[in-house]
Design a protein around this ligand. Structure first.
Ligand SMILES: C[S@@+](CC[C@H](N)C(=O)[O-])C[C@H]1O[C@@H](n2cnc3c(N)ncnc32)[C@H](O)[C@@H]1O
Length: 196
């Protein structure tokens, strides 16, 4: 399964580098660590941004309580078809994270308590980084957790430093995890909370 996902991922990365922004799906360890830090085990509603071929999704769905809701927002139509076939009981929308209307899924407007992001933030222009956060963070509940990964080394480039500063300006207590060297490329996690 993982080899098929890796091939499909590499094909899409060659076609749409700016959107996919990675050479391979994340490792299972990265997914496990992200869901642990974001405390998915006690979440009621989880939104995943850019699930791709589902590398982080597997860890999220493993930890998600059975009574809780999951929503994946993915820009790439081929990836959405794969995700829907693999997880027919969960909801995947073919939509850009910066435009999605969350009240179309959750009309009570109560928001969600965890965001897991697999987006390639440093390959996005700053305006797109901001418009995604502007659409997502107002719906994150106070005290809710936001987890995203960054590739080690890229975080020192101007785009990486800019994104880190943006996260610090929008979330409370942003921390960085240890580097997971076995990921391709090595990556670490930013975890922050919405101010209560
Ligand atoms: C670096 S890949 C990560 C895939 C997967 N989460 C993983 O960790 O292996 C980034 C994913 O984000 C998706 N993506 C890029 N821009 C997006 C956007 N504006 N809204 C939703 N998904 C987007 C891409 O299509 C791709 O699947």
């Amino acid at each position: 399964m993982r080899t098929v996902s890796s091939l499909s991922f590499a094909k899409q990365a060659l076609r749409n580098w700016r959107e996919v922004g990675a050479v391979a799906p994340s490792s299972p360890k990265l997914g496990e660590r992200m869901t642990e830090l974001a405390e998915v085990w006690r979440a009621e509603r989880v939104v995943e941004l850019g699930p791709g071929t589902g590398a982080l999704t597997t860890a999220v769905l493993d930890d998600l309580p059975h009574t809780s809701d999951y929503l994946g927002l993915e820009l790439n139509g081929d990836f959405v078809r794969t995700l829907r076939a693999r997880h027919p009981e969960h909801r995947f929308e073919h939509a850009p994270a910066q435009e999605f209307d969350f009240t179309s899924i959750w009309p009570d407007d109560a928001g969600f308590d965890v965001v897991i992001s697999g987006l390639p933030w440093t390959s996005f222009p700053e305006a797109l980084q901001k418009s995604i956060l502007d659409n997502v963070l107002p719906r994150l509940r106070p005290g809710g957790r936001f987890a995203t990964f960054a590739y080690w080394g890229f975080h020192q480039l101007p785009a990486g430093r800019g994104f880190r500063a943006l996260l610090h300006s929008r979330l409370d207590g942003v921390e960085s995890s240890r580097v997971l060297w076995a990921n391709l490329p090595p990556a670490f996690i930013y975890i922050g909370r919405k101010a209560p």
